[in-house]
Design a protein around this ligand. Sequence first.
Ligand code: ZN
Ligand code: ZN
Length: 66
Amino acid sequence: MTFTASYAGTCVSCGGRFGAGAEIEGVGGGGFVHAVCPPSAIDRQRPACPTCFLELPASGVCGECS
Ligand SMILES: [Zn+2]
Ligand SMILES: [Zn+2]
């Protein structure tokens, strides 16, 4: 059951912040999660190299192919 946050906090599911007034849901252990986690927070996968399909490092340059 979701409710409106009365103060800002951190979602224990995606690790993202939510502000007061956000739709959140309580979970066991006293944590809170977004009612719907933002897609950007869930999908943190880095792009893959188009040549070898390995995950690219933060630099964006493939260590295998360059
Ligand atoms: Zn979340
Ligand atoms: Zn590569």
